[in-house]
Design a protein around this ligand. Structure first.
Ligand SMILES: Cc1cc2nc3c(=O)[nH]c(=O)nc-3n(C[C@H](O)[C@H](O)[C@H](O)COP(=O)(O)O)c2cc1C
Ligand code: SF4
Length: 356
């Protein structure tokens, strides 16, 4: 039996297989951040295609942290009904499919990782402690709305140079108070976000966290400090750590990582064993470059719990079902050209290469 299609328990949530749709910006909300029919169709198709756990695209916890014009919002109770439509559509279309919303604050408009982000004029060094506490609270409040909307878990975007990652990385955090400086100070914001969320959603609901394993930038944070960070975050109540990397210019970075990975595909394969060791019994996912079933099986045999997949599922939402019928397909169609990534600067996400 293929390990990719065995179940995994994360707290009280059982994921039916090891395929996790890594958060993918839809850029399909209406201009006020409300869920649209287009979003419902996207998630119905994904759920129907066999994915075990779907994480939505980054959903803004406050207006000031919204990076894309059509990014979904969770900063007010009036968003709960729309979010509930997504959870219902996923649960209805995908037998036993589980789902989470990814909570996000862009901070310095993503510090240049993604494309098409608005410039918010946000300054991390100018934030007062009261303002920082207020943002932390928005994560807790957003998480409660996700729970009320019927999702199975809450996810947090702690990677890629957005606000949480800006606090964590010395390249973006030059504060001299207890929110900056040492690693434990730079981690404080993330830890307080964990506590704020856990307090609102309660212990049984899983909390999923995306973190870098390396910033891949001069003056940034490397794997040793990220391993320490992952340990502390896991101890603070997070149930699954998803490993990614980078804080700036995603397209150039991904091209380099893809070349380095070669036929091994997975950009962050080297991180599997050390992160697994750092987070103990908590679940581990890695995302980046995974394209074929034989590689998926190798990663799981190395101790990985979940396979994070983004671009191939834009291209083929039914890829998990195709993989399960192995006689039909063992490699995704996606060629990692990144045209979809450039596309979300101006339009809803789609596979630009194959869906003309
Ligand atoms: C169009 C697009 C949108 C993305 N949006 C998000 C997002 O909202 N949140 C996030 O954490 N990562 C986002 N990512 C990064 C992916 O989740 C993933 O980490 C990256 O694409 C590498 O995985 P892949 O090789 O399977 O695509 C996005 C990537 C793409 C291509
Ligand atoms: S546009 Fe390119 S990278 Fe994006 S899903 Fe399509 S083939 Fe993959």
């Amino acid at each position: 039996m293929l390990k990719s299609f065995t179940p995994l328990s994360i707290k009280h949530m059982t994921v039916k297989n090891r395929i996790m749709r890594s958060a993918t910006m839809e850029n399909m909300a209406d201009e006020d951040g409300f869920v649209t029919d287009q979003i419902i169709k996207l998630y119905s198709d994904l759920a129907a295609g066999g994915t075990g756990l779907i994480i939505t695209g980054a959903c803004a916890v406050e207006k000031n942290g919204q990076v894309w014009n059509r990014q979904m919002a969770a900063w007010d109770d009036q968003y709960i009904n729309g979010l509930e439509r997504i959870a219902t559509a996923i649960h209805r279309s995908g037998k036993d499919c589980k789902c989470a919303v990814q909570l996000h604050h862009g901070g310095l408009a993503g510090f240049g990782y993604s494309y098409g982000g608005k410039n918010s004029g946000f300054s991390l060094s100018d934030l007062t402690t009261a303002e920082i506490k207020s943002i932390i609270k928005t994560f807790g409040d957003g998480a409660l709305r996700i729970k009320k909307a019927g999702f199975d878990a809450v996810a947090v975007h702690g990677a890629h140079g957005y606000l949480i990652s800006q606090f964590m990385s010395p390249v973006t955090n030059n504060r001299t108070d207890h929110w900056g400086g040492t690693l434990s100070n730079r981690l404080r914001f993330a830890i307080e976000v964990c506590y704020a969320i856990k307090e609102k959603i309660g212990a049984p609901m899983p909390l999923l966290w995306k973190i870098n394993c390396d910033d891949y930038i001069e003056g940034g944070q490397g794997i040793d400090e990220y391993l320490q960070a992952a340990f502390v975050i896991a101890e603070s109540g997070v149930d699954l750590i998803e490993v990614s990397g980078g804080v700036k210019d995603q397209i150039r970075l991904r091209a380099k990582l893809k070349q380095q990975a070669g036929p091994g595909e997975a950009y962050f394969r080297f991180a599997v064993k050390p992160f697994k060791q750092a987070i103990g019994a908590k679940a581990l996912a890695v995302t980046g470059g995974i394209r074929s079933l034989p590689i998926m099986e190798e990663l799981l045999n190395d101790g990985l719990d979940l396979l994070g997949i983004c671009r191939p599922l834009i291209c083929e939402p039914d890829l998990p079902d195709k993989f399960q019928a192995v006689s039909k397909q063992v490699t995704a169609r996606c060629i990692s050209c990144n045209k979809c990534l450039l596309g979300i600067a101006n339009e809803p996400v789609k596979c630009v290469e194959f869906c003309k």
